[in-house]
Design a binder for this molecule. Structure first.
Ligand code: ADP
Ligand code: ZN
Ligand code: ZN
Length: 732
């Protein structure tokens, strides 16, 4: 027998299969999916078996050196996905494969403990003569497998009582695997499905019909306003899938994978749910992964990479907040979880449900513009609730009135009012830190990161920080350029908002939620729970407060500055702004009282802002589509981006020029934009140039990029620069 092996070496050009003999010692144990060690040159390296063929042993082939795990590390379905991903995103197959199976590659292995069981022929202790032993006996009957300590604790006796029972042969001890359950400390709650209202019921029915057809041709776009009960639609669709013996994958953006979300799924489906996210320990991740592989867990709730979960055959795939940029992985393989989900559904026949209050233009035009998706709409909030009323506050007028503060008069009054009524407030600003720009008023010097083309952010700790490479330095008291005292701290972040709020409303209880405050494990949960329980009045935060929070006490949402995302150098800037504003506004008025939203902006006439004000998704869609059509951007065209990075600016620029020339000489009908410096021209000491390719058909982009890269690797000498390809980039 021969094994076809992909080897794990980081080299762009090696995407080929190598053949090895399977020595007799490994015969029958090596399978497709096995991780092996193979001789490669003078070294031994890791490889993955992707095929077996019965050809007779050949003399010139080397033997596999070792089998690294007894069980395969990937399934045939995962291999198929890896192969597709490599071809679609133009990356080495082994890289795609490693991205898929990484939870297993960090193997810590299962945790083993000694558990105790009642001995089969032991005498039952008499409760009158040996009450302690009897108590232990009662517990172990109900919960066999407990450890010595757990058992003693549960029975309320000293561990020595347990020891003596083992000595007397009443209990036997065996090794067992202990699952590290990320939710083990959470209270067990049970929730029951509510009665669905009309539109929800219709949506669930349609999904169930598709589940029963089982033909892999059903993609639904669930467009439901904030608070319309999309999650309940997912839950009941999943219940239907489970009833039919199917498995489900539920993706949510990392930031929305809040404890609240996990609780909702756990309380409905109990231990059938496995949770995968980046805050798990390696051990917990391994165990959740294991529960999925063995089929013990049938629903996976996770962030982006959970799309690769080793389920045997997922029948339902749900992407909540399908428009979220975090579904795109920004390193190779640069996949989009939605695209992968659609492909996976093609393989397994699964039904796909994409849910959002603000669908991506790409998805909405597939659903509404005569594409292949089916549109399901939830136009109302659950129950008697209405959408909040949204007011725009023109910051230019505030300036004219002489108000240079962070809060407009109207927003301040509204906060005062809520505090007096003991209602809660969320304040949103999509920037963390204290001041986002530190500049000398004397000579104009802007303090920048020495490693990146980015200005440093001042933090309340007194340090300046780079948000791209985490470089930090004490804030200087004098200008490092001219020595003047006039160093100004401009541009505000969430820390400054928090400080201002504490100054203006000293009696208010304030919390802040941003990546600076959730560093500690469990901190995220604590902040949200504290706020939820009503133990704080005001929550200040970045986009972490915009996603998914369902807190009934909140009746006011204030957007400190809506323009931050509007002026990004990115063709999706308007779409992102509209989405962010709609999402954060949707946090208001989810309890019994009507909600209000105040959006502060310098551009109150921009359609991204007025449409968000009017809860007008379709209006926004029409305006933005017209713009994209006029400028030739997706969804009317396809894009690919080649990013060139390196330590020497001149080399990077020359390499980009070479690539551009190579693209021009291919015959592929693509339009080339650039080469030009990327919007952030340097990160972590590497200069960045890019080329953007546009084409009516995505495959033209692949042809052009592949040809250009081949030229580049074969004919040019820029060994120190790196080129990466991004098919369908989410941002520039
Ligand atoms: P969305 O995700 O669309 O913003 P949610 O799923 O958070 O909305 O639902 C809003 C609230 O309404 C939640 O508290 C949810 O439990 C509740 N809910 C959803 N559907 C129903 C229903 N049919 N009956 C009663 N309450 C519901
Ligand atoms: Zn100066
Ligand atoms: Zn930096």
């Amino acid at each position: 027998m021969q094994a076809e092996v992909l080897v794990s070496i980081a080299h762009h050009q090696v995407d080929k299969v190598f053949y090895y003999n399977i020595p007799p010692s490994l015969a029958g144990r090596v399978q497709v999916g096995s991780r092996v060690l193979v001789p490669f040159g003078r070294r031994k390296i890791e490889g993955y078996v992707v095929g077996l063929n019965p050809a007779p042993n050949q003399e010139e082939l080397k033997d596999l050196a070792a089998l690294l795990d007894e069980d395969p590390v990937f399934t045939p379905l995962q291999l198929a996905l890896a192969r597709w991903m490599a071809a679609y995103y133009l990356c080495p197959t082994v890289k795609a494969l490693r991205a898929i199976i990484w939870p297993l590659l960090q193997i810590k292995g299962p945790k083993k403990v000694k558990g105790l069981w009642p001995a089969v022929c032991g005498n039952v202790p008499d409760p009158r003569r040996a009450p302690k032993s009897a108590a232990v006996w009662e517990v172990i009957q109900a919960r066999p497998g407990l450890t010595r300590k757990e058992l003693a604790e549960a029975a309320g006796v000293s561990p020595r009582v347990v020891d003596s029972m083992v000595a007397r042969g009443l209990l036997t001890s065996k090794e067992r695997i202990e699952l590290r359950d990320p939710c083990r400390n959470l209270p067990e709650k049970r929730s029951f499905p509510p009665v669905l209202y009309g539109e929800q019921l219709r949506a669930v029915k349609k999904i169930i019909e598709a589940l029963d057809k089982n033909d892999g041709r059903h993609v639904f776009l669930l467009h439901g306003v904030t608070g319309s009960g999309k999650t309940e639609v997912y839950l009941q669709a999943i219940a239907a899938a489970l009833n039919r013996g199917k498995q489900a994958i539920v993706l949510v953006p990392e930031i929305a994978l809040t404890p609240q979300m996990i609780d909702i799924f756990r309380s409905r489906f109990g231990h059938q749910v496995a949770v995968l996210h980046s805050r798990l320990s390696d051990g917990e991740r391994y165990d959740e992964y294991h529960r999925l592989r063995t089929g013990e867990a049938k629903v996976v709730l996770g962030a982006r990479s959970a799309i690769f979960s080793p389920l045997e055959k997922p029948g339902l795939i749900i992407l909540d907040e399908e428009h979220e940029p975090s579904y795109k992985q920004e390193e190779s393989p640069r996949y989009h979880a939605r695209t992968v989900a659609l492909r996976l559904a093609g393989y397994t026949g699964a039904v796909v449900v994409l849910g959002s209050a603000t669908p991506s233009l790409e998805s909405y035009c597939q659903a509404a513009g005569g594409g292949t998706y089916q549109l399901l709409e939830l136009n109302q909030r659950v129950g008697e609730l209405t959408l909040p009323s949204v007011h725009l506050i023109d910051l230019r007028r505030e300036l004219r009135k002489g108000n240079k503060g962070i809060f407009s008069e109207a927003l301040q009054e509204a906060i005062t009012d809520r505090l007096s009524r003991r209602e809660q407030v969320i304040l949103f600003l999509n920037r963390r830190g204290y001041s986002t720009l530190v500049v000398c008023r004397e000579c104009g010097l802007v303090l920048k990161c020495p490693h990146c083309d980015i200005s440093l952010t001042y933090h309340a700790s007194g340090r300046l920080r780079c948000h791209y490479c985490n470089y930090s330095v004490m804030a200087p008291s004098l200008c490092p350029g001219c020595g003047s005292h006039y160093v100004a701290y401009l541009g505000m972040g969430t820390q400054k908002v928090e400080q201002e709020i504490r100054r203006l409303f000293p009696a208010a209880r304030v919390l802040r939620l941003d990546s600076d405050t959730v560093g500690r494990r469990g901190a995220h949960r604590e902040i949200i729970e504290t706020f939820r329980e009503g133990e704080a009045d005001i929550l200040v935060g970045t986009q972490m407060v915009a996603k998914g929070l369902d807190i009934p006490g909140v009746t006011l949402v204030g957007v400190i500055n809506a323009d931050i995302s509007l002026h990004m150098p990115d063709f999706r800037a308007s779409e992102r702004t509209f989405q962010l504003l709609t999402q954060v506004a949707g946090r208001s008025g989810r309890g019994k009282k009507k909600g209000e939203v105040m959006i502060q902006t310098y551009s109150p006439e921009h359609y991204a802002i007025t449409c968000a004000q009017n809860h007008d998704y379709r209006g926004f869609y029409r305006r933005e589509m017209a713009m994209r059509r006029a400028l030739g951007y997706p969804p009317f065209t396809h894009l690919a981006r080649l990013l060139v990075t390196g330590k020497l600016e001149r080399e990077v620029q020359e390499a980009a020029d070479f690539l551009a020339q190579a693209v021009r000489t291919t015959n592929a009908p693509v339009e080339l934009l650039g080469p030009a410096p990327a919007p952030i021209g340097r990160i972590k000491d590497r200069y960045r140039w890019h080329l953007v390719l546009k084409a009516p058909v995505q495959n033209f982009l692949r042809e052009a990029a592949t040809a250009a890269l081949n030229d580049f690797y074969n004919m040019s000498n820029y060994r120190r620069v790196q080129v990466s390809i991004d098919i369908a980039p989410q941002s520039m």
